[in-house]
Design a protein around this ligand. Structure first.
Ligand code: HT7
Ligand code: ZN
Length: 876
C-alpha cells in the first residue's frame, strides 16, 4: 500500500508495440502465454531493466527473443518481474508464461469464474493478476488473443476486437482467435468463455457499415435482453447525431454475468455487465431498473470514444473518461426522456451521494494528486462531480463552442492517453476563453457555499445582487482560491414574466448565466420595472450549496412561474426543507410538530397541475430524504428525530391533500399492458406517490394490500410491498405480501435482491435483527456482490434509523461484516464501509459508537489496502 503521487508520473522506458496472448482455459489451472514486443524509448540507457507488474503471480517460463532466459537475467516476485540485459537491438520480444486459478479468484479482479463462465475484469489493475505486464493506462498496443478451451463446456469464446477464426483443437478442445487493431491499455482487455445464450441484431452506422450486435446471457434469459439491445441501438444512433461518434469495429458485444463488483465495464468491443443492468421484463423489473439499464448501456457504449479511443495517461486522470462519460449518458437520458425530470434526479443523486463525500473525511478533488488504492477513487466525486464540471464547461462556453471543443478533443487526441489539461486546452483553443480559474474545479475539493443577498431600487429600476463564495477546508487542503462559478438566473416579475435587464454591471453575464469569479462580487441589473423574484442557480448550473434567504411567498412565485422546470422543483424543495428541519428539532425536543400550510398548498398545487408532466409532479411530492435533512442540519444529528419529524410532515400533507391524492390515484391508472416508456413510468410514479400519501393518512395497510394484489408489473408490486413492509411491518398484510413475493419470484436472484432490500430498509431498531436473520436465508450468498449490496449495503446506506441505532449495534455489525468480506473481496468491503463516511455529523453518543466500530476495523491484523485506506482516512 504505497502512496502514488501524480507528481511522480514518468513515461515508460519501453514502448509496447504488440501483444499476443494465448489462454488455455482450465477452471483451476489456466495457462497464459503472453508474447510482448517492446522497443526502448529514445534516449533510454540500454542498461535500464524492464519492470513488469504482477499481483499474486508465479512465473513459470520466460523467453527473450524466443530463447529461454537464464535465471541471472531476471527477478520474479508475485508483484513484479524485472528483466535485465535486454538486447541492445530493439525491438525485442519477451514471452511470459503464468498459470492462474480462476475458480479461486474471489476478488473478481483478473480472470475469474461466475456461474461456470470464465470472465475478466481488468480495470483498474486487474490485468496484472493474469500475466506480468506494464499495467498502466498509457501503455497502448494492438492485441491478438487465442483462446483454447473444452468445446462442450465453452461453446462461446470471446475477446476484444474482430473475430479472426477458430476451429477444433486437441482432446475435445477448440480455439478461437480475436484481433483488436485499436491500440488499447490492458485495463480494456476482456475475455469471456462459457456456455451462454445470445441475442443478435445489427446496426448500420452513419457511414453505412453494418455492425453485428450481440448480447450474451444465461440460457433461457434471452428475452430479458431485448430492452438492453434496444437501448444499445438508441445509444449508437445518439452518439452519431449528438457527438458525431461512429462505432469502429465489425462487432459489438455485451456479456451479462451474475458476479460483478460494479455496474459494468467498457472493455473494447466486449462490454461485461452486472446482469442487473441487462436483464429486464415487466414482471421482474421496475421503471427504475429500465432507466438504469438504458443509462448504463449508454454509458459503457459511450466509453468507446471517451475512455477507449482517447484514454487516461494515468489513473489520476480518471475523471477525464468517467466524468465526461457520465455527462454524455446524462445528456442521452435527458434526450430520451424528460430533461427536467432527469435533471431533478441527477441533482438529487449528486446532493445525496457526492455532497456528503465532499463534506466528509473522504473528500478529494475531482482530479486527485495522490492515492493509496486506486479502486477507492471510483467515487461519486470523480464520476458525478466530474460530470458537473463538464456540464459547467458547456454552460460557460455555450453549445456551439462546447461542440467545437469536443470535436477538437476527438480529432487532436484520438489514439492517445491524455490528461485533464489536454482536455481543457481543447475548449480553450476552440472558444478563445481562458479556463485557468475554471480549472480549480478539478483541483479544489469541497462544495462551494455561495451566499446571496439582494435589493431592489424602485426609483432607479435597478436590482442589486451581492454574492460571496466560500470553499470549506477539506483533508489536505485548507486554503482555497475563489472559483469560476456559472450561475444561471432569472428575475421573475409580478406577472410571472421574466425580466430582460437593459444592462448588467459588476461582472460578466452571458445569456442568462452570471459569472461569479471573485470571493465577493456585486452585480447590478438595470431596467427592472418592478421588484423581481430572483431564481438563482437554475438547472443547477453549478454544484454548490446556496444560502439565500427567500420568503415562502417568493419561493412559491418561482415554483409557479419559472420557465426552468428544475428551478420550480428546487423552489418547492427549498420551501419544504425548513419545515422538515424544524420538525426534526421539534421531534427531538418532544414538541408538537406543525407543517406550514403554505408548503402543503404549494405542493398540492404543483401535484395537481395538469400542465406539468406526471413524472415531474411525482418528483415534487417526493420530499427531501432523511439523509438530505441530516445534511442540511449539519451536525449533532439524531436520525430517529429526523425520521419522526419527516413522518409527521408527510402525514400532515397526506391529511390535507386527501382529495388530490384520491383523484391522482384514480386518474393515473394505466389501462392496457405495461410499457417502460418515460411517460407511462411517470404516471406510475405519480400514482404510487399518491398511494403512499393515502396510506399515511388512512393509517391502515388495506389500500397498499389491495394495490399489491392488483399490481400487474414490478414497479407497482415493489412499491406496494415497500409501503406494507415499511409502514406496517408487523401486520399480517405485510407478512403475507413478503411471503407471496418470495414464492412468486424464488429462483430469480435479481428480484429476490429487491425482497432483501425492502426488508433491510424497514425503519427502526428492529431492522438489524431482520438483516441478521435474512443472512441465514439460503438465498443470501455471501460471495455474490449483488446479494451483499442488496442486504448489507442497503441496510448501511439506506436505513438511517435502523443502522444508526443509539446503542451502536448497527456499526458493530457492519464492522464484523467488513472484516468477513474483506479477505474475499476487498473492493466490495471498502465500498460498503464508505456508508459510515458521515459518522462525525451524528450526535455524540452515536458518533462514539461509530468511532469505536471503525477503530475495531483499523486494529484488525490483516486488512486489504482497500479497507485500510478507507478506514484510516475516515478516522483521521
Ligand atoms: N470503468 C468501469 C469502472 C470500474 C469497474 C467496473 C467493474 C468492476 C471493477 C471496476 N473497477 C473500475 C465502469 C464504468 O465506469 O463504466
Ligand atoms: Zn464509466
Amino acid at each position: 500500500g504505497q502512496i502514488v503521487h501524480l507528481a511522480d508520473y514518468r513515461p515508460t522506458d519501453f514502448v509496447l508495440e504488440r501483444v499476443d496472448l494465448t489462454f488455455e482455459l482450465d477452471p483451476t489451472n489456466t495457462k497464459v502465454e503472453a508474447r510482448l514486443i517492446f522497443h526502448r524509448r529514445e534516449g533510454v540507457d540500454p542498461s535500464v531493466p524492464l519492470v513488469l507488474d504482477g499481483d499474486e503471480l508465479t512465473l513459470s517460463g520466460l523467453l527473450i527473443d524466443q530463447s529461454e532466459a537464464p535465471a541471472s537475467r531476471y527477478d520474479a516476485t508475485p508483484e513484479s518481474l524485472t528483466i535485465r540485459d535486454l538486447p541492445a537491438e530493439t525491438p525485442f520480444e519477451v514471452t511470459v508464461t503464468t498459470f492462474i486459478n480462476p475458480e479461486a479468484n474471489s476478488q473478481l479482479m483478473g480472470l475469474y469464474r461466475t456461474s461456470g463462465v470464465y470472465c475478466t475484469q481488468c480495470e483498474a489493475e486487474g490485468f496484472r493478476r493474469i500475466t506480468y505486464f506494464p499495467d498502466r493506462p498509457d501503455v497502448l498496443a494492438p492485441y491478438t488473443i487465442t483462446i483454447i478451451a473444452d468445446k462442450a463446456a465453452n461453446p462461446v469464446m470471446l475477446s476484444n476486437g474482430n473475430f479472426l477464426g477458430g476451429g477444433d483443437y486437441d482432446e475435445g478442445r477448440h480455439f478461437a482467435a480475436w484481433f483488436d487493431p485499436h491500440p488499447k491499455p490492458a485495463y480494456l482487455f476482456a475475455l469471456v468463455a462459457g456456455d451462454l445464450g445470445v441475442v443478435e441484431d445489427t446496426f448500420t452506422t452513419m457511414s453505412g457499415r453494418d455492425v453485428k450486435l450481440r448480447i450474451y446471457v444465461e440460457h433461457g434469459k434471452e428475452p430479458r435482453a431485448a430492452y438492453a439491445m434496444d437501448a444499445l441501438k438508441r445509444s449508437m444512433k445518439w452518439d452519431e447525431e449528438r457527438f458525431g461518434r461512429e462505432y469502429d469495429l465489425d462487432i459489438f458485444m455485451i456479456v451479462a454475468v451474475s458476479d460483478f463488483n460494479m455496474g459494468a465495464m467498457e472493455n473494447k468491443g466486449l462490454n461485461v455487465f452486472n446482469d442487473k443492468y441487462v436483464l429486464a421484463d415487466p414482471e421482474t423489473a421496475t421503471d427504475q431498473d429500465y432507466a438504469n439499464i438504458e443509462a448504463i448501456i449508454a454509458h459503457e457504449y459511450f466509453h468507446n470514444w471517451t475512455g477507449n479511443r482517447i484514454t487516461c495517461r494515468d489513473w489520476f486522470q480518471l475523471c477525464l473518461k468517467e466524468g465526461l462519460t457520465v455527462y454524455r449518458d446524462h445528456e442521452f437520458s435527458a434526450d430520451q426522456r424528460s430533461r427536467a425530470v432527469k435533471r431533478v434526479a441527477e441533482v438529487r443523486h449528486l446532493k445525496s451521494e457526492q455532497f456528503p463525500e465532499d463534506a466528509g473525511p473522504l473528500a478529494h478533488p475531482v482530479r486527485p494528486t495522490k492515492y493509496r488504492e486506486i479502486n477507492n477513487f471510483y467515487t461519486t466525486t470523480v464520476y458525478e462531480k466530474g460530470s458537473e464540471v463538464t456540464r459547467m464547461i458547456a454552460t460557460l462556453l455555450g453549445s456551439k463552442d462546447f461542440k467545437a471543443g469536443m470535436d477538437l478533443y476527438f480529432e487532436r487526441h484520438d489514439g492517445q492517453a491524455v490528461t485533464v489539461e489536454d482536455y481543457l486546452k481543447c475548449f480553450e483553443d476552440a472558444s478563445g476563453r481562458d479556463l485557468e480559474q475554471f480549472s480549480l474545479w478539478y483541483h479544489q475539493a469541497g462544495t462551494p457555499l455561495v451566499t446571496a443577498s439582494s435589493s431592489y431600487d424602485q426609483k432607479k429600476g435597478t436590482f442589486t445582487l451581492s454574492l460571496e463564495q466560500m470553499l470549506p477546508a477539506t483533508p489536505g487542503q485548507s486554503n482555497k482560491e475563489p472559483m469560476h462559478i456559472p450561475l444561471s438566473l432569472a428575475l421573475i416579475l409580478d406577472n410571472g414574466q421574466i425580466a430582460a435587464p437593459t444592462a448588467v454591471k459588476g461582472g460578466e453575464m452571458t445569456g442568462d448565466v452570471l459569472h461569479l469569479t471573485e470571493r465577493k462580487q456585486t452585480f447590478t441589473f438595470s431596467g427592472i420595472s418592478s421588484r423581481p423574484v430572483l431564481s438563482l442557480n437554475r438547472s443547477f448550473s453549478a454544484p454548490i450549496n446556496l444560502h439565500f434567504d427567500q420568503t415562502p411567498a417568493d419561493l412559491a412565485h418561482i415554483a409557479r412561474h419559472d420557465t426552468d422546470l428544475f428551478a420550480r422543483w428546487q423552489a418547492l424543495t427549498d420551501l419544504a426543507m425548513p419545515n422538515l428541519m424544524q420538525a426534526a428539532r421539534d421531534a427531538r425536543e418532544g414538541r408538537e410538530i406543525t407543517c406550514d400550510p403554505a408548503l402543503t398548498a404549494a405542493l398540492l398545487e404543483a401535484a395537481g397541475d395538469e400542465a406539468l408532466e406526471p413524472a415531474f409532479r411525482a418528483q415534487v411530492l417526493t420530499l427531501p430524504s432523511e439523509a438530505d435533512i441530516a445534511r442540511e442540519l449539519g451536525g449533532n444529528n439524531d436520525p430517529d428525530a429526523i425520521h419522526a419529524g419527516r413522518h409527521a410532515i408527510l402525514s400532515a400533507i397526506a391529511r390535507e391533500g386527501n382529495k388530490t391524492f384520491l383523484r391522482l390515484f384514480d386518474e393515473m391508472k394505466i389501462a392496457g399492458p405495461y410499457a417502460p416508456d418515460a411517460a407511462s413510468a411517470g404516471k406510475r410514479a405519480l400514482r404510487n406517490s399518491a398511494l403512499a400519501y393515502l396510506t399515511y393518512a388512512e393509517g391502515t395497510p388495506a389500500r397498499a394490500a389491495q394495490a399489491f394484489a392488483a399490481a400487474d408489473n414490478m414497479t407497482d408490486l415493489a412499491q406496494a410491498l415497500t409501503l406494507l413492509a415499511h409502514r406496517f411491518p408487523d401486520s399480517a398484510e405485510a407478512q403475507g405480501a413478503l411471503d407471496t413475493f418470495l414464492k412468486r419470484f424464488d429462483g430469480n436472484a435479481l428480484v429476490i435482491d429487491k425482497w432483501f432490500s425492502i426488508q433491510a430498509t424497514i425503519p427502526g431498531a428492529g431492522a438489524l435483527a431482520r438483516v441478521k436473520a435474512l443472512m441465514e436465508n439460503p438465498r443470501f450468498v455471501s460471495t455474490n456482490p449483488n446479494r451483499v449490496r442488496s442486504l448489507i449495503g442497503t441496510f448501511a446506506f439506506g436505513n438511517p434509523t435502523g443502522f444508526n441505532r443509539p446503542d451502536g449495534e448497527g456499526y458493530r455489525f457492519l464492522a464484523e461484516q467488513i472484516l468477513s468480506i474483506d479477505p474475499k473481496n476487498p473492493q466490495l468491503a471498502a465500498r460498503i464501509l464508505t456508508s459510515m463516511r458521515s459518522w462525525r455529523s451524528l450526535e455524540p453518543q452515536r458518533a462514539d459508537h461509530a468511532r469505536s466500530a471503525l477503530a475495531t476495523i483499523e486494529r484488525a491484523e490483516t486488512l486489504s489496502t482497500d479497507v485500510r485506506d478507507i478506514v484510516e482516512r475516515m478516522l483521521k
